[in-house]
Every structure is written in C-alpha cells, then in structure tokens.
Write a protein that binds this ligand. Sequence first.
Ligand SMILES: *[C@@H]1O[C@H](CO)[C@@H](O)[C@H](O)[C@H]1NC(C)=O
Ligand SMILES: *[C@@H]1O[C@H](CO)[C@@H](O)[C@H](O)[C@H]1NC(C)=O
Ligand SMILES: *[C@@H]1O[C@H](CO)[C@@H](O)[C@H](O)[C@H]1NC(C)=O
Length: 462
Amino acid sequence: MKMKMKMVVGSLLLLLLLSGSTDGRCFCQLTGDLDDCTCDVETIDKFNNEQLFPKLKKLLESDYFRFYKVNLDKPCPFWMTSSHCGLKACAVKPCEPSEVPEGIRSSPHSKYSAEANEQLVECEQAGRLGAVDVSLSDETRRALLNWSKHDDDAERFCVLEDEESPDSQYVDLLLNPERFTGYKGPEAWRIWNSIYEENCFKPLTVKRPLLPDSFHSGPGGEANTFHRWLQGQCVEKRAFYRLISGLHASINIHLSARYLLDDRLFQERWGHNVSEFRLRFDSELTAGEGPKRLRNLYFLYLIELRALAKALPFFQQPSFRLYTGRPEEDQSHKDLLLDILQVARSFPLHFDETSLFTGDEKEAAKLKEDVRLAFFNISRIMDCVECFKCRLWGKLQTQGLGTSLKILFSERQIEALPSSSDQRPRFQLSRQEIVSLLNAFGRISTSIRELQTFRSLLAEER
Ligand SMILES: *[C@@H]1O[C@H](CO)[C@@H](O)[C@H](O)[C@H]1NC(C)=O
Ligand SMILES: *[C@@H]1O[C@H](CO)[C@@H](O)[C@H](O)[C@H]1NC(C)=O
Ligand SMILES: *[C@@H]1O[C@H](CO)[C@@H](O)[C@H](O)[C@H]1NC(C)=O
C-alpha cells in the first residue's frame, strides 16, 4: 500500500517537474476539448475547490488575517524608479503632465497627440486603480496596537526588518483586493524580467521564450533551447524557476478574473475577461507556454500545501493564539485554522520535499543558501514595483512563499517543538509570517478555483 502511494506521488512529481515533455495535454479541459487523459490535476482541483477553498476563504476574512503590516515606502534598491505613474502621490490625484514619465514626454509625438493623451489616461487609471486604501477606523487602529503588544511578548525567531520600520503600516487586505490595476507596459515587464533573468540562475545566453521582442522573430527554437536548459538544471533550481513562474501565473489569473470591464467612475464593473485569460494561457496564442505556466501554478500549490501540512504542530501548541483580544473568536478561528491544516495534511498526493537539498552535503548547503539569497533578492525587487497595490500583493506573496520554504526546511525543528511552554521553542513564526503564509496560499487556492470558472466560460464560448 505504502509502496503504491509512493509511486503515485512519484509520478505526480514527475508530471509536475518534467515540464518539457509533450504538452498541453493535461490542460485539455482548458479549451473544452474532451480528451482521454486522466490527470492528477483533477484531483487537486476537486480537493481544493470542494474541501479547502471554502474554509480558507472564511478564515481569511477574519480580523487576524485581514490586517497585514507592510512597508510600502521602501526605495527600490536596484534602479531608479523613474515613472511617477502609480506612485503614491499620483495615486490619489491624477498624474500631472509633468509627472508623465520622461520616456513618454520626450517621445517624438507632441504631448497633445492622441497617443500621449491616451498614455496620460492610462497613467491616471493605473494611479487610481493601483492606489492602496490604508483607511482603518480608529477603533481598529487601537486594537491593532494592542495586538502588536501581544506579539512583542511572544518570543521571536527573528525580526523582519519591514515589520519594525516606522514606515510600516497596517493594510486591510479585504479593502484592497488583488485585481486588475492597469499596471503594465515596460515598468511591469522590467520587474518580471529582472526576476527571471537575474535571479533564477539562468545564463544570459539562454533566452526565455515569449520575450516580447523574440516572439515574432523565432518562436519554436528559443522555447526548445530554454526548456532543454531547464531540464538540465538540478531539481532545486528547476523548482525555483517553477515557483516563480507559478506565482506569475497566479497573479495573471487574478488580473483576468477581476478585470475592470467597465471603468466609468463610480460605476466600475469587475469580472472575468476570457480574452485576457486566453492571451496569457491559451496554448496556441502563447506558443505552448500557457499550459506550462498553469502546471507551474499547480506545482506552487503543492509546495505551499505541503508547508501548511508540515506546520500543523506549530499551530497546535496550546500557547499559540490567533490573538485579537477577543478570546472566544480567537479560539474559534484557531479551530478553523487547525481544521484547514488537517485537511491539508489529508491530501493524498503530497509533494516529497526530501528530494530537495539532498545529495552531497556541502553542495546541498550551498544550493540551499543560493536559493535563499535569490529569494531574498526577489523580495527586495518588490520594492521596485511602482503600482502600490501590486507591490502590496507582491510583497505578501513572496513573503508567504518564503515562509513556506522556511517551514519545509525546518522539519526537524518543528518536530522537536517542546510540549510544555516553559522551554523556548526553536521554531517560531511571527504574526506577519503567519498572515502572509495563509494569505499567499489563499491567492493560489483562489487561482485554482478561478481556473474552473474560466474552463466553463471557455467551454461556453465554443
Ligand atoms: C487594549 O487592551 C487593554 C488591556 O488589555 C483593554 O483594556 C483595552 O480595552 C484594549 N483596547 C482595545 C481597543 O481593544
Ligand atoms: C538581485 O537582483 C538584482 C536586480 O535584478 C540583480 O541585479 C542582482 O544581481 C541580484 N543579486 C543577487 C545576489 O542575486
Ligand atoms: C478584455 O481583455 C482584452 C485583452 O486584453 C481587451 O482587449 C478587452 O478590451 C477586455 N475586455 C473588456 C470588456 O474590458
């Protein structure tokens, strides 16, 4: 029995890791075509959409999880953020012509040309939609102060720099949903590009498929070189790349699922935009890349799910509370959280992370450190995201994924958690890490749920 399970897990892993093989087949459902492939992706869909997602959604609406402390004012450490579009000042009021990016102003077109005007409108829109609503009632503000006193009493594993900064502020995540913001073009592209190009262990000589300027020149060849390169990587580096790609896919699903369909002020209408979805994920429109991106999303899902399952003993500690100062509510939310983690644990096809960072001990340690540094670097790149709402969700999701990795690689410390509260535990998670862990997973879980909606919308279209 156990043996059989191992094999199932093994083949799922294989399916997920070998992204280079013949393709799109697992996502045949996406285009509505019937196909004979039975695929583990369906198991994940069913598990997520029916069992996990409804509970998780409820939990994330609770006060403990809706307030995330974040510093959105850190300067970008890597380059000058030149565009003012989407910056805070310009987010509340529409951009002045003088605030329009240099590149646009100095374009050969006069600033009164139709194109410049269009860009101005786009900039205004991005500013408005990208703004973060930091409003909190006085009562909430006072309560949060109380909570942080409680958090400070708890012994901490390490202090995250952001959390302590005087510039950090609480943001109500429910007031700031992740959705279409109009943030696109060169600035948005630059962020993803520097993540993929400089932080995913990829040599410059290997071109990523579907770079805007390489797509039309020669699609097939570059994609092949790229996927061959990826195949040749050790499992850790490949996994790293796939996690980032999965995150990217998830963000794009959210943009397509909560698209601004009608943008008359005060009459905004948000909803699914199937064309936008197809542009990003349709096999034909993306030269086969779309289905791979979606598979990376499932890979990311499995990694974060695994981390939640592993973290159960930490949250089970009697001394652990989801503190908001209202004992009854705190207890019922803790029960709900434990219930969710038990469900996560019950998932039959868990990812086996012991295959990561094994092998030669010295080499493994170096790899682990490389991955940690690259990850840390990516979280700093988030400070370069000019759209504040995107920055908020980008930071939250990278921190959540970072926390997942921390959990996965702290298995021994978690198992060794003391049963009585007078010993100092060697494994700790801060409130910020807990909030980001669950909310980041909530995003991926929502994406998987949204895929189902897109599948039926696509089927209707035919
Ligand atoms: C903060 O905590 C104190 C003492 O624990 C309590 O008396 C007070 O009502 C709390 N304030 C808020 C806003 O929850
Ligand atoms: C961190 O990211 C920046 C910007 O992409 C890059 O220039 C730099 O080489 C990266 N550093 C490390 C250590 O990966
Ligand atoms: C949906 O997305 C497409 C592609 O980005 C865009 O051209 C179209 O205007 C969008 N539809 C609506 C109703 O906004």
